[in-house]
Ligand binder design. Structure first.
Ligand SMILES: Nc1ncnc2c1ncn2[C@@H]1O[C@H](COP(=O)(O)OP(=O)(O)O)[C@@H](O)[C@H]1O
Ligand SMILES: [Mg+2]
Length: 306
C-alpha cells in the first residue's frame, strides 16, 4: 500500500539573481496515514521549503527542479491551482510558527475558523458557526462561545496557536504539516500545545509531519524522525535510535548539543555545540555537506558523501 504522502527525489532551488540556492535536494521519504513524523534540523536546512513545496505554496522565486510529491498516490506537482486549493486546508493543512502572524488581527477568531469551513464545504453560515464552535471546544476552549467572539490580541500565544490548530483541523484533513509550531511559545505553553497535537492526532487518526530544531519537542510526539542537513536527509529512525544511538556524525553532534541529559544515555553532561555553521546552499561543498564541521571526516568525504 502506498504511503499517504510520498516524496521522491525532490529538489527545490531559489533563484535570486546569483546562482541557484539549493534549499532541498535528494529528498525521499514517506508518511503513512496516522503516522507522526518529525523533521529535525538547524535553521536554514530547508524544513520550511519542504513543507511549502508539499502544499504548492513556494514563492515565485522557487522552482521544484525535480522529483515527485504524491499524496494518496497522485502527484501534487503540476496540478492546476484550483485543484490544489481543494486539497489545501481540506486534506492537507499547515500550522506555522507564529500564530500571531497566521491570524487576521481585525477579525474575531471564531469567524476565522468558520471561514475555513465556508471555503471548503457547501453548508449554511449557521452550520459553519456551529461546527467552528465544536472545533474550538475540541482544541480545549470550553465553553467555546467567549473565545469565538474574541480578537486575536485578546488571547495568549498558546491560545492563539490553539485557534490556528482549530482552523487547520476544521475540515478534518488527513495530513497536518506543522512548521515549528511551538517555537514562538514559552516552555510550559510549548508542552501544552505539543500535548494537544498528540491527543488530537490520536483521536482523529491524523498524520503529522512536524518540523522543528528542537529534539525534545520531536521526541515527545514523533514515531519516526527525519534528520535534515543542508537541504537533504542524513538519517532517519525512531526517536530512541536517532537520539540514543545516532549513526551520522551530524545527528551525534545534535544529540550532544542538546542540553537535556535525559535525551542521551549515560550520566548528565554539559551540552557541546557543533563547531561552525551549515554551508551556504548557494555554494555547497562537492562532497559531504557536513564535512567541514565533521569531527570524523576523512579524505574521501571531500569528494563524495558517504
Ligand atoms: N524566498 C527565498 N529566497 C531565497 N532563498 C531562500 C528563500 N527562502 C529560503 N531560502 C533559503 O533556503 C534555505 C532553506 O530555508 P528554509 O526552508 O527557510 O529553512 P528552515 O525552515 O529549515 O529554517 C536557506 O538557506 C534560506 O536562506
Ligand atoms: Mg523554517
Amino acid at each position: 500500500m502506498p504511503g499517504l504522502l510520498e516524496v521522491e527525489d525532490l529538489a527545490v532551488a531559489y533563484h535570486t539573481g546569483g546562482g541557484p540556492v539549493w534549499a532541498a535536494r535528494d529528498l525521499t521519504f514517506d508518511v503513512e496515514g496516522g503516522e507522526v513524523v518529525g523533521l529535525l534540523g538547524e535553521s536554514g536546512c530547508g524544513k520550511s521549503t519542504l513543507l511549502l513545496a508539499i502544499l504548492g505554496l513556494l514563492p515565485p522565486s522557487a522552482r521544484v527542479v525535480k522529483g515527485a510529491i504524491r499524496f494518496r498516490g497522485r502527484d501534487l506537482l503540476g496540478r492546476p491551482p484550483s485543484e490544489l486549493r481543494r486539497v489545501r486546508g481540506a486534506e492537507i493543512a499547515i500550522v506555522f510558527q507564529d500564530p500571531a502572524l497566521a491570524l487576521n488581527p481585525v477579525r474575531r477568531v471564531g469567524a476565522q475558523v468558520a471561514e475555513v469551513l465556508r471555503a471548503h464545504r457547501d453548508q449554511s453560515g449557521r452550520r459553519c458557526r456551529d461546527d467552528a464552535l465544536s472545533i474550538l471546544a475540541e482544541v480545549g476552549f470550553t465553553p467555546p462561545d467567549r473565545v469565538y467572539d474574541a480578537y486575536p490580541h485578546e488571547l495568549s500565544g498558546g491560545q492563539r496557536q490553539r485557534v490556528v490548530l482549530a482552523q487547520a483541523l476544521a475540515c478534518r484533513p488527513a495530513l497536518l504539516l506543522a512548521d515549528e509550531p511551538t517555537a514562538s511559545l514559552d516552555s510550559t505553553t510549548q508542552a501544552e500545545v505539543l500535548g494537544l497535537i498528540a491527543s488530537l492526532q490520536s483521536r482523529l487518526g491524523l498524520a503529522v509531519l512536524m518540523a522543528s530544531h528542537d529534539l525534545g519537542a520531536l521526541a515527545a510526539v514523533a514515531r519516526r524522525v527525519l534528520v535534515m542537513y543542508a537541504g537533504t536527509l542524513v538519517e532517519t529512525g525512531t526517536p530512541a535510535q536517532v537520539f540514543g544511538q545516532p549513526l551520522h556524525p551530524y545527528t551525534r553532534g545534535l544529540s550532544l548539543a542538546y542540553p537535556r541529559a535525559a535525551m542521551r544515555p549515560g550520566p548528565p553532561s554539559r551540552p557541546v555545540p557543533i563547531p561552525g555553521s551549515p554551508p551556504d546552499p548557494a555554494n555547497l561543498p562537492p562532497g559531504c555537506a557536513f564535512e567541514p564541521r565533521c569531527p570524523e571526516r576523512r579524505a574521501v568525504c571531500v569528494e563524495q558523501a558517504p
